[in-house]
Design a protein around this ligand. Structure first.
Ligand code: GLN
Length: 286
């Protein structure tokens, strides 16, 4: 059997089971040794070994059984880099790239030429936000916190592999900074924000496979934002920036929470490329 024949089998098997046929390419690239798409295309007419074909079959079946492709391959791309992921961490989403991009822009506007701008990413997961920010702007002093040690392991592995200088702290939300008396210029977070009634109807490929601690924002979805409003004033410097990812429809509420907490702040909602309110930013004391 040739690579293209195995690929054709995998695509139609996936499509027959209501999965994206495109996943066949990702799984094939993984089975061939995490090769690039171009490398795979160049090998289409090569024979595929029986062993590799069996690996592909097993991978395709896992995906049909409901496992996200990224947990099968152990990888996902974010901001042009490949991050390792496993079931302990949320799979990085493209919407979050927009959060990172805008926060990097805001930092260069508000802290031009400043060194050691103290940035904290709260709820690190795979480390996508913190590692990307540290690599994109070497003037930052990047901290990241997670409540799950398993997730810190994954994020630390990504920082090491990608060469990012990030300080990891284990703890609950902003508590590590409060306890250590570390003051911050910037706080960025993609906290869990899905309300209970949406968790109930979430696609099982997300609900049953990704960590609930990274998804559930409590009954109305705002649990973590409320806690941020209590803790942020304890750690932020007088002039500071805050950037949150939010769920579609939550922008206005999170914006008014920030306005209530920081009377003098400039607060605004940003929409993602699909036109959903997805980010809320606050420029404080400027
Ligand atoms: N964007 C994720 C989803 O829709 C949710 C991430 C989160 O709760 N922060 O599955």
């Amino acid at each position: 059997m040739k690579v293209h024949e195995a690929l054709a089998w995998a695509s139609s098997f996936l499509a027959d089971h209501n999965r994206e046929a495109f996943a066949a390419e990702i799984l094939m690239r993984h089975v061939l040794g995490d090769v690039s798409r171009t490398d795979m295309l160049m090998r289409l007419h090569d024979p595929i070994s029986e062993e590799k074909y069996e690996e592909l079959e097993a991978a395709v079946e896992r995906h049909v059984d409901g496992e996200p492709v990224q947990y099968i391959t152990g990888r996902e791309d974010f901001y042009g880099r490949t991050f390792s992921v496993n079931e302990e961490v949320l799979i990085p989403r493209p919407e979050t790239e927009e959060l990172v991009e805008h926060m990097l822009t805001l930092i260069s506007e508000h802290f031009p030429g400043e060194e050691k701008v103290a940035v904290a990413d709260i709820g690190t997961g795979s480390g996508a936000i913190s590692v990307t920010m540290a690599l994109e702007n070497k003037d930052l002093k990047v901290y990241t916190v997670d409540i799950a040690k398993e997730s810190i392991e994954v994020a630390r592995g990504n920082a090491r592999k990608l060469g990012a200088d990030v300080e990891f702290l284990h703890g609950d939300l902003l508590k590590p900074f409060i306890d250590k008396g570390i003051e911050l210029d910037v706080v960025v977070s993609n906290p869990p924000y899905i309300p209970d009634h949406e968790i109930a109807v979430l696609d099982t490929i997300v609900k049953d496979r990704e960590p609930m601690r990274a998804l559930s924002g409590g009954e109305d979805g705002y649990d973590f934002y409320r806690r941020f409003m209590d803790e942020l004033p304890l750690v932020l410097k007088e002039r500071a920036l805050v950037g949150f990812e939010v769920g579609a429809g939550q922008g206005a509420t999170v914006a008014s929470m920030l306005k209530d907490t920081f009377g003098d702040a400039q607060v605004y909602v940003k929409y993602d490329i699909s036109g959903k309110d997805r980010m809320v930013f606050a420029v404080i004391g400027k």
